[in-house]
Ligand binder design. Structure first.
Ligand code: HEC
Length: 156
């Protein structure tokens, strides 16, 4: 036989369980809601492209900076300067404005960034030219990111 005390504990336990399930359901329903543009939260924050997880970024790596500098001066200066907007936006403070993953995705997947990402669409309205495919590998894009981090830190 259950005593009154057992019963009230039982009721309390059941109510708590129901409340927990309710909250879990509500939150998971919120998390799973689709955006109209079909982008995931990660893509909104960090861009659309091959970089789909947060990167592990440490102190400046000068070898990467040097390689990134070569690539930047070969492939990007036609449209970008560090301190002045030309065909494309000035990039000195880009790593302050955007996450590292966002910058890499822009370098690796400019067409989709311009067509599908809200920030890319805004930039495309502001800059009449279109960013070309760079043809860089992920490692090369990471080097360019390191160069842009160095520029932001005043090392260049
Ligand atoms: C043919 C011109 C052109 C070249 C070459 C080019 N870009 Fe761009 N870039 C643009 C334009 C125009 C935009 C903005 C509108 C758009 O995306 O089309 C842009 C946007 C960007 C953005 C986004 C800026 C922001 O505020 O979020 C980044 C980052 C970027 N470029 C980096 C690079 C890097 C790094 C290179 C070289 C590897 C490069 N771009 C080569 C024209 C170019």
């Amino acid at each position: 036989m259950l005593s009154n005390k057992d019963l009230s504990f039982h009721t309390l336990f059941t109510n708590t369980l129901v409340a927990c399930c309710f909250f879990l359901f509500t939150f998971s329903a919120c998390g799973g809601e689709e955006r109209e543009d079909g982008l995931s939260e990660f893509e909104v924050e960090h861009g659309i492209g091959p970089v789909t997880e947060r990167l592990d970024i440490g102190d400046l790596d000068l070898e990467m900076v040097n390689r990134g500098s070569d690539i930047f001066n070969r492939l990007c200066v036609a449209c970008h300067q560090l301190d002045a907007g030309i065909t494309g936006p000035a990039l000195r403070n880009i790593t302050e404005k955007r996450s590292p993953e966002f910058v890499m995705n822009y370098i690796l997947n400019p067409r989709e960034m311009t067509n599908r990402h809200p920030i890319g669409q805004e930039l495309a309205d502001q800059y009449p030219g279109v960013m070309a495919e760079t043809g860089l590998t992920r490692e090369q894009a990471r080097d360019v990111l390191e160069y842009l981090r160095a520029a932001q830190q005043g090392e260049i």
